[in-house]
Design a protein around this ligand. Sequence first.
Ligand code: 5RP
Length: 260
Amino acid sequence: MDWGLKNRLSRIIKPKTGRTVMLAVDHGYFLGPTSGLEVIANTVQPLLPYADSLMLTRGALRTSVPAGFDIPIVLRVSGGTSILHDDLSNEDITTSMEEAIKLNVSAVAISIFVGSAHEKETLTNLAKLVTHGEACGIPVLAVTAVGREMSRDKKYLSLCCRIAAELGAHIVKTYYCDDFREVVNTCPVPIVIAGGKKVSEKDALKLAHNAISNGAVGVDMGRNIFQSDNPVGMIQAVRAIVHKNAMVEDAYGLYKNAKK
Ligand code: 5RP
């Protein structure tokens, strides 16, 4: 792995703890103005000081994040579908590596849809992105998107994560599941978990805690932070779990006591 790529990765996965709190606000690329992200800048800017990196599209980045703010960017570079279609797997690469360099990003992110109609295209797009990214020193994060017909279990998620790693992804984003340790153990690159649909703050913190305890290097969490009634308190609580191994109750106390 070359120096530039390693350096960018270390901006995302913090060398001090080997962990990361990524803030995902890329939902609009297929969901439009998601609840909590209606005006991206209003939601994102108060959270930036607490995030280790920010995952979003180029449009959101250019319009809603001050260029002077020092935050590593994970640029969403896949898309081309909307929630109005049943099959979300028909994605393509939407941004060039040249633009990723121009935007000074620390990584690019692409979804793969294993078992879906466009499995092959999404997997070969990942492989091509890795080849191109490595030539430019830019790491690739693969998101294991789960189609409606797939179950989020150990067997399926291990398959997706392992394929992503074998095709060269440098980080994999997936969902937490029972026996998660086995998903981690059979994937040779670091795993971060998505938060998924909004649940109670306590349950979201339990999810983060379970994932970290079972080998995830961090979270790439969106809705369970920005749809919380106290997003700043919530991201601080998640940070305590990820970087300080805080127990769920202690982290929940941080969320409860944080000023809104
Ligand atoms: C979809 C994505 C999301 O847009 C997002 O990053 C998910 O985050 P969360 O589930 O925590 O809201 O990656 O595949």
